[in-house]
Design a protein around this ligand. Structure first.
Ligand code: PMP
Length: 403
């Protein structure tokens, strides 16, 4: 169709005019954090596989063994014939790990957040959301049709003000936040938000995608670390494709809440279930997280090491104690040049630019993994400092850290 071709060409021309065309790199799996990018070896510092479990032989074995029993694909949605014994066992494991009555598995975190939000609130209701929430929470809010009230990032008092507004009193109120913010690595004021939600009779939904496996007793996440049970955080979501090392996601909470989501979340009802072998790998990942606290201890030590060394090297590091350690550059083109210069030195670190982050806050999103060694982190910081001046950034080029 000619009109379609013209439309697409115009869209692409507009993206190119802004120098915002994103390109996928072909990454060959290697061993853990060692990857091959466009034919050359690099150390991966931009994955969310925080504990190095995605390439753990035990997960690979769990997946392969399950596949020989269940087949590769689930074949249908959960409510038809796609709900296998592996999925049921995974949901039981998740509920036990997270201290919730019940958990419900989705194929992706995007589907879990969109489906859960739209299942619980609708156009008569209100969503009070952090300004830096993940896109899946934003899209869930849009899809739900509820009125949106966005509060300044991390500002619990602003959330309270939004909830106290007369116009927000009608219908239900859902407060939604990431636990650890995906592009900044900082943490939401979870306990204060829980207090506020309770005082204002609002429901609190927290996405702990980046806190799971890293923080809290048993690695059960930021919400668990803050001691917030289902009375305080009644809707808890998280993903299985980050520290758990597999793929997919879940929502966890009281049995009636979860059953309501199962009955009404369209992203679950009208979508093929996660492959059962993936559920088997996720179960193994959770068991390892619970059994091997040394992994997260090593990761936390690497985070501290990276921060200390980056500061010494004069790099602008953010207020983050999580494995997400953004290095703020500011200018979009400079962030891209820096990422390319690092790749030339054998370090894979993605440049994050608008619209993913606000204009003027382009950054390198460094993520650390328990699979990295001390020497590898030291090497990254040295390469960062070297690349910083090699691409013409001055010592004080970076704006003040975000968050
Ligand atoms: N929530 C957060 C906070 C995320 O960062 C992401 C993706 N990285 C998701 C949800 C979506 O998860 P998934 O990749 O499984 O769709």
């Amino acid at each position: 169709m000619e009109s379609l071709r013209i439309f697409c060409r115009q869209r692409l021309a507009a993206i190119d005019a802004d120098d915002r065309r994103r390109r996928r790199r072909v990454v060959d799996g290697g061993h853990g954090v060692h990857v091959t990018v466009d034919g050359r070896h690099a150390l991966n510092f931009c994955s969310n596989d925080y504990l190095g479990l995605a390439t753990d032989p035990r997960l690979i074995d769990a997946m392969a063994t399950a596949a020989s029993r269940t087949g590769a694909g689930a074949g249908a949605s959960q409510l038809v014939t796609g709900h296998n014994a592996e999925h049921a066992a995974l949901e039981a494991d998740l509920a036990d790990w997270l201290g919730r009555e019940r958990a419900l598995v989705f194929s992706t975190g995007y589907a879990a957040n969109v489906g859960t939000t739209a299942a619980l609130v609708s156009k008569r209701d209100h969503i009070v959301a952090d300004a830096l929430n993940h896109a899946s929470l934003i899209d869930g809010a849009r899809l739900s049709g509820a009125a949106k009230h966005i509060y300044a990032h991390g500002d619990a008092m602003a959330a309270d003000r939004a909830l106290s507004n007369e116009a927000v009193r009608s219908g239900h109120r859902l407060v939604v936040t990431d636990a650890v913010f995906s592009m900044d690595g900082d943490t939401a004021p979870l306990a204060r938000l829980a207090d506020i939600a309770a005082a204002r009779d609002a429901w609190l939904m927290v996405d702990d995608a980046h806190g799971l496996g890293v923080f809290g007793p048993d690695g059960a996440g930021r919400v668990a670390e803050a001691g917030l049970g289902s009375d305080r955080v009644p809707i808890l979501t998280g993903t299985l494709g980050k520290s758990v090392g597999a793929a997919g996601a879940f929502v966890a909470g009281d049995a009636d809440v979860i059953e309501t989501i199962l009955q009404t979340a369209r992203s679950l009802i009208f979508s093929t279930a996660m492959p059962a072998p993936v559920a088997a790998a996720a179960r193994r990942g959770i068991a390892i997280i619970r059994d091997e606290p040394a992994r997260r201890a090593h990761l936390r030590a690497l985070v501290a090491r990276f921060k200390a060394q980056a500061e010494t090297a004069g790099l602008a590091v953010a207020e983050s104690d999580s494995p997400i350690q953004p290095v703020i550059v500011g200018d979009e083109a400079a962030a891209l040049r820096l990422s390319n210069a690092l790749l030339e030195r054998g370090y894979l670190v993605g440049a994050i630019r608008p619209p993913t982050v606000a204009p003027g806050t382009s950054r390198l999103r460094v993520t650390l993994s328990a699979a990295h060694t001390d020497d590898e982190v030291d090497g990254l910081v040295a390469a960062l400092a070297e690349s910083w001046s090699a691409v013409g950034l001055s010592a004080h080029a970076a704006p003040a850290c975000v968050s």
